[in-house]
Design a protein around this ligand. Structure first.
Ligand code: 5MM
Length: 340
């Protein structure tokens, strides 16, 4: 894909009113999600669940792209169409998670590095053939006593840049996801420091590796108080700190920022996105690439039962619509009340 095409796919993923559905849970993660509804994680249950999400009527009004997992990109809907075809026929861009998960970083207790660079060039070419037009790689940064170390931040930033360059070579838009975890009792101020140091390093590596910033998207975590922090920041404080931090370190050449939800409740993730967009215009589009915050209520409504598909799709449509409104800063609690 020429550079111009990468740029137009990147921009097509972040139009006003829309964002990305992350449905790229790997086998271990989807097993944990299904355990919460007491459902066995069989290949057919995973397929049926993804079909329920992807065939929700009208979802394309709020969803620009969907990130798939290796198994899902090869699966089919009941009518025989592959999932990438189902999505593309709705005008939704199919994407693919290409990292192979995290491992403990040797010599650096409680820190992680992401694997998956070996053989990546070949896998990217295959995913493009299967219909993917963008990709995603997640790095994990943990806050704790004495961590993160700059060595861990640097190792992860380097891998993200290598991945980004390979994606662009293969004609796939890279979504670069450095997740600063919400786990811990750290303050929002500490989170902001770590987020800033991480993103500074990530963009320095991306530039070193000649990744075209116009043809990529950033998927960061928001600047939040740690889950166990006694003082939880308000919605306004989170929005202000997150935008302040991103404005310092994310070049305006990047077309969009697509946040992960990272364990926030579905409604809180929508409120935070809304508050950021209500602050006014920003150098980049401020959007979403949520997994749990889009899916959790629908998963609970579905419970693995075919009879619950209509209600689960209604719930999923509602969450997508709320986040679509948050893209304009026009979400309100009334939207939840009306749907309830
Ligand atoms: C952080 O996880 C990403 C966004 O999801 P949330 O909005 O729930 O935070 C997500 O794309 C993530 O990468 C997958 O759901 C899980 O991936 P793994 O590789 O951990 O199964």
């Amino acid at each position: 894909m020429a550079r111009g095409e990468l740029e137009s796919v990147a921009r097509a993923l972040v139009p006003k009113g829309k964002g990305i559905l992350a449905a790229d849970e790997s086998s271990g993660t989807i097993k944990r999600r299904f355990e919460s509804i007491k459902l066995e994680s069989t290949e057919e249950n995973r397929r049926a669940y993804r079909e329920m999400l992807f065939t929700t009527q009208g979802i394309e009004e709020f969803i620009s792209g969907v990130i798939l997992f290796d198994e899902t990109v090869r699966q089919k809907a009941k009518d025989g169409r592959s999932f990438p075809e189902v999505l593309a026929q709705k005008g939704i861009i199919p994407g693919i998670k290409v990292d192979k998960g995290t491992i403990d970083m040797p010599g650096f207790p409680n820190e992680k590095v992401t694997e998956g660079l070996d053989g990546l060039r070949g896998r990217l070419n295959e995913y493009r053939e299967l219909g993917a037009r963008f990709a995603k790689w997640r790095a994990v940064i943990t806050i704790g006593p004495g961590i993160p170390t700059m060595t861990c931040i640097h190792a992860n930033a380097h891998a993200l840049a290598r991945y980004g360059a390979l994606c662009q070579e293969a004609g796939l838009v890279p979504i670069v996801e450095p997740e600063v975890l919400i786990d811990g009792d750290h303050t929002i101020e500490r989170c902001e420091e770590v987020e800033e140091a991480t993103l500074k390093c990530v963009f320095s590596e991306l530039l070193e590796h000649r990744v075209a910033l116009e043809g990529m998207l950033l998927k960061p975590s928001m600047v939040l108080s740690g889950k166990e922090c006694p003082k939880q920041a308000s919605v306004e404080e989170v929005a202000t700190a997150t935008i302040r931090c991103l404005r310092r370190v994310v070049p305006a050449a990047v077309p969009g920022i697509v946040f992960l939800s990272g364990g926030q409740s579905a409604e809180r993730a929508t409120e935070h996105l809304n508050a950021m967009n209500a602050m006014g215009s920003h150098p980049w589009e401020v959007s979403f690439s949520y997994a749990r915050a889009l899916q959790d209520p629908a998963l609970k409504a579905w419970k693995g039962e075919a009879a619950n598909i209509p209600v689960a799709q209604k719930v999923f449509h509602h969450r997508a619509k709320c986040n679509g409104a948050a893209r304009y800063g026009k979400y309100s609690k009334q939207m939840e009340a009306m749907a309830a």
